[in-house]
Design a binder for this molecule. Structure first.
Ligand SMILES: Nc1ncnc2c1ncn2[C@@H]1O[C@H](COP(=O)(O)OP(=O)(O)OP(=O)(O)O)[C@@H](O)[C@H]1O
Length: 318
């Protein structure tokens, strides 16, 4: 297994109380696999990504669990050891490409410097590899794009440059947190296609975070659905979307816009996620669940197998 998250719990401590951001999250990614994490805002997707990358802020506390990368627990890694992991073995792409780019350096030079650092090649060779890297992310006329500053590029082009940067080491795992959310639909499709192509070609596993099940359907072989800091359903994407077991997955699926009628507004899931400072007993989705039974509000269901490769945390599936 490339990455195995076991029972991970994370809290944020502040003057207004303690926020339980993750509670007993378990996930795994095989070499070369694309796993989607999907869930509403605040469900803990980004905190999961930051925990893997060792980038949780000072007000965060890991209160339990392990993040095993090739068997090594990243949560106990020393600062020095991170230099060979973060940005090298584990690459990252976030929603806003400008955060990963130097605003006043031409993109070719930025890429060349990263390539030189990773591979120890000459300046000239790094320059050549930088143009090749731009070509690989399907940037037309890579020679002239290499001479441009990030602000001269469109959002989609910038995200391609960031993907080229992230893939240059090359990483074994790429963590992508909503990388296409800010892009128009056509560019979004192109970037998803590119990510799948690079993952297949290089054998890079991808952890893809999104609030959009449609994106998961397009890209990910497996999916983990998160709700209020917990994983409530996992399985092969095709099976989960065809026959969701957890009522929350079902609700998310039915909140997707109707492709046949684009005028139809997005159907929001009724109710609100629980206050992360005061989590109720029992199943956290119960207050919004139209299928709940008495037991749901009393006892918390754990993530259990429902078939050979599917798991869910729901009493109705037992
Ligand atoms: N730095 C922080 N300090 C305090 N609480 C935080 C911090 N970062 C995240 N949280 C809390 O942790 C919980 C999970 O947040 P997270 O950002 O992982 O959600 P998400 O699923 O990525 O949502 P979104 O789609 O909006 O990015 C939320 O309740 C959030 O308010």
């Amino acid at each position: 297994m490339l990455l195995e998250i076991k029972n991970l719990s994370v809290e944020f401590r502040g003057i207004r109380g303690t926020v339980q951001a993750l509670k007993g999250v378990s996930l795994s990614i095989e070499e070369g696999e694309i796993l989607g994490i999907v869930g509403e805002s605040g469900s803990g997707k980004s905190v999961t990504a930051l925990a893997i990358l060792g980038l949780l802020g000072k007000n965060a506390a890991v209160t339990g669990g392990e993040v095993l990368y090739r068997g090594r627990n990243l949560l106990t890694l020393e600062k020095k050891a991170w230099t060979t992991i973060r940005g090298k073995e584990i690459g990252m792409v976030f929603q806003e490409p400008m955060t990963a780019l130097h605003p006043t350096m031409k993109v070719g030079r930025q890429l060349a410097e990263v390539i030189r650092r990773h591979r120890g090649v000459s300046r000239r060779e790094a320059r050549r590899l930088a143009v090749a890297a731009l070509e690989e992310v399907h940037i037309r006329d890579p020679q002239s794009v290499a001479e441009k500053y990030p602000f001269e590029l469109s959002g989609g082009m910038r995200q391609r440059v960031v993907i080229a940067l992230a893939m240059s080491s090359p990483p074994s795992l790429l963590i992508a947190d909503e990388p296409t959310t800010a892009l128009d639909v056509t560019t979004q499709h192109e970037i998803l296609k590119l990510m799948r192509e690079l993952s297949e070609k290089r054998g890079t596993a991808v952890l893809f975070i999104t609030h959009d099940l449609g994106v998961v359907a397009e890209l990910c072989r497996r999916v983990a659905v998160m709700y209020a800091g917990e994983v409530v359903e996992t399985g092969p994407t095709a099976e989960v979307l065809r026959a969701p077991v957890h009522p929350y997955t079902w609700a998310l699926l039915h909140a997707l816009p109707d492709l046949a009628d684009p005028q139809e507004p997005l159907k929001a899931i009724p109710g609100e996620a629980p206050d992360p400072r005061a989590r109720p007993a029992g199943c956290l989705f119960a207050p919004r669940c139209h299928k709940k039974v008495a037991r749901c509000q009393r006892e918390k269901p754990s993530l259990e197998p429902v078939s050979q490769n599917r798991h869910t945390a729901c009493w109705l599936a037992r």
